[in-house]
Design a protein around this ligand. Structure first.
Ligand code: RTP
Ligand code: MG
Length: 136
């Protein structure tokens, strides 16, 4: 079933010059870009996006990280896009993520792990509305 998912190429991806590499993996897989924006977010937007995590111990440094510089937000579309993107991204902790995944190949951090992908259809709907409120 065709789905849409919200993806972030977090500030470490931009700083490390990996936007092309990471975006290329999604495109090569066959997913379509239906929206894309390069922007720097404020803390309030980070709080909205990470609403499920704002009370967690790891949230303050995560908030500082995601607001630390420009990122790329995009909506990808394709068959089972939500699960496919999370499989391409790999496990949260780059040190443990499997080789072949974006995090497994390119990240050595549990926080600076390059990418975000929505974790369910409900999350995808919620997140797409936050980042691209005008997307039809
Ligand atoms: P994401 O939401 O970014 O796709 O990542 P995820 O589902 O694999 O991981 P999640 O549990 O939702 O965590 C969101 C982001 O918070 C940072 N994090 N830091 N213990 C820690 O220091 C810690 N745990 C998570 C990561 O940047 C993670 O992607
Ligand atoms: Mg998550």
């Amino acid at each position: 079933m065709s789905q849409r998912t919200l993806v972030l190429l977090k500030p470490d991806t931009v700083r490390r010059g990996l936007v092309g590499e990471v975006l290329g993996r999604f495109e090569a897989k066959g997913l379509s870009i239906v929206a894309l924006e390069f922007r720097t977010i404020d803390g309030e937007t980070a709080d909205q996006h990470y609403a499920e995590h704002v009370e967690r111990d790891f949230y303050p440094p995560l908030r500082a990280f995601v607001t630390s510089g420009p990122l790329v937000a995009l909506v990808l579309e394709g068959d089972e896009a939500i699960e496919v993107v999370r499989a391409l991204n790999g496990a949260t902790d780059g040190r443990k993520a499997a080789p072949g995944t974006i995090r497994g190949d390119l990240s050595l951090s549990n926080r600076e792990n390059l990418v975000h992908g929505s974790d369910s259809p409900e999350s995808a709907d919620r997140e797409i509305k936050i980042w691209f409120p005008d997307l039809p």
